[in-house]
Design a protein around this ligand. Structure first.
Ligand SMILES: Cc1cc2nc3c(=O)[nH]c(=O)nc-3n(C[C@H](O)[C@H](O)[C@H](O)COP(=O)(O)OP(=O)(O)OC[C@H]3O[C@@H](n4cnc5c(N)ncnc54)[C@H](O)[C@@H]3O)c2cc1C
Length: 378
């Protein structure tokens, strides 16, 4: 089995192949120079300096998994069942796992330098070094990643501005919870700017700020957190893509003997719309499902949809299960969220659809039971 990719989806698939009895060779091809690590602390503890770079490492894969670092895959030839690496080497496979994840979307023009992003260990190290000598930071993008970076910079004493087209965090957290987090950020001195027309990075060659249409904002450091792009380019000639999308079925299958997992994938709903779920838990669940599919085909179990995410920012430790509705208020099951802690549940026509713990200790299994799908199938 050959796995293209070097992070949580790739590592999980390798482990799951072994756990389910696969005894043949497993080769993991990663274009990074580090053994697989978690990105989760990069915007949090690693950026703040509370956690070391080593703490991000994922548990080592056994000696029976050949991990090849600096091995960038450039082409897939499914008919020949082989991959081509950057130096021209061909790697044959019996079963292939595509787990090449995603990369940050960038806003800088080709001649601009100094736009920071946070995706890799190198990105986090570079940004950490820069904010260590800076006084102000401008974060473009008020999604979860942007807000975590903003929170860490705020904690480190920088003057922080977050600029976004839309109100921050609403897509994942819904309006009610997003507003609580923003209140907490504002209390800590973070400034929010709406730029309905979007922003343009300014400065030449070094980026020094953004143009928001009606005004210009400057800062020592500009960080873009404006979404990511699935790493599917190397699959362009494979015949497997729908546009730029790598669509997996309910068992993470793409084609005979080819499966995929993690941020690189999209799933298609019954109405034809495609959906990405670029989160840690999805990558783990898909990695496990992909391994089972390679080994057992149609007999592999269909993984249960199990949306579960978390974020830490502005003094709030938030864990979410289910899909939080855009505009509904939750029922408070415990605590007092307006004082910064609580256990919350959202319902739709009397049925639970999501649950959140905010600075409130609750076992994950219980939270999942209170949240959407677990409650419905329980
Ligand atoms: C800073 C940060 C913080 C996050 N925090 C959270 C959080 O708190 N909670 C949460 O649920 N999720 C969080 N996430 C999201 C989570 O980390 C991702 O969903 C997860 O990393 C996806 O794993 P993956 O293995 O699918 O892809 P990736 O992590 O993108 O890994 C893909 C790997 O494949 C390699 N690769 C790419 N192209 C090639 C190629 N052509 N050849 C060989 N190798 C290649 C890449 O270098 C990389 O090693 C965070 C993400 C970031 C960036």
């Amino acid at each position: 089995m050959v796995i293209a990719g070097g992070s949580i989806a790739a590592a999980t698939t390798a482990q799951a192949l072994r756990a389910h009895g696969f005894e043949g060779g497993i080769t993991l091809l990663s274009d990074e120079i580090h053994a697989p690590y978690s990105r989760v602390p990069l915007s949090k503890g690693v950026l703040s300096g509370k956690e070391t770079l080593d703490s991000a490492a994922l548990p080592e894969l056994g000696e029976d998994v050949a991990v090849r670092l600096g091995a960038r895959v450039t082409e897939l030839r499914p008919k020949e069942q082989r991959l081509v690496l950057v130096g021209g080497e061909h790697v044959p496979y019996d079963g292939l796992v595509i787990a090449t994840g995603a990369r940050p979307r960038r806003l800088a023009a080709p001649d601009q330098t100094g736009e920071y992003v946070v995706r890799t260990l190198e990105d986090a190290t570079r940004l950490k070094g820069r904010i260590g000598t800076a006084e102000s930071v401008l974060v473009v993008g008020g999604g979860v990643l942007g807000m975590e970076v903003a929170s860490t910079c705020n904690e480190l004493g920088l003057a922080v501005t977050v600029v976004d087209r839309d109100p921050p965090l609403r897509r994942l957290l819904g309006a009610w919870l997003a507003d609580r987090v923003v209140e907490s950020a504002v209390e800590r001195g973070v400034r929010f700017v709406r730029a309905p027309e979007g922003v343009r990075l300014v400065g030449s060659p070094e980026v020094t700020g953004v143009d928001c249409g009606d005004r210009r904002l400057n800062a020592d450091v500009v960080v873009s957190a404006v979404g990511d792009i699935a790493n599917t380019d190397w699959l362009a000639g494979s015949g497997l893509l729908h546009g730029a999308d790598l669509v997996v079925d309910e068992r993470c299958r793409v084609a005979p003997d080819i499966v995929a997992a993690g941020d690189v994938t999209v799933t298609r709903a019954e109405d034809g719309t495609v959906r990405r779920s670029p989160h840690w838990t999805s990558a783990v669940l898909q990695g496990q499902a992909a391994a089972r599919s390679l080994l057992d085909g149609d007999a592999a179990p269909v993984p249960r949809a199990d949306p579960y995410y978390w974020t830490e920012q502005f003094g709030l430790d938030i864990k979410m299960s289910g899909d939080i509705p855009a505009d509904t208020e939750p029922t408070v099951l415990a605590g007092d969220p307006r004082r910064g802690s609580g256990l919350l549940q959202w319902q739709d026509r009397g049925r639970p659809v999501a649950a959140v713990s905010m600075n409130h200790r609750v076992p994950v299994a219980k939270l999942k039971k209170l949240g959407a799908r677990a409650s419905v199938t329980a």
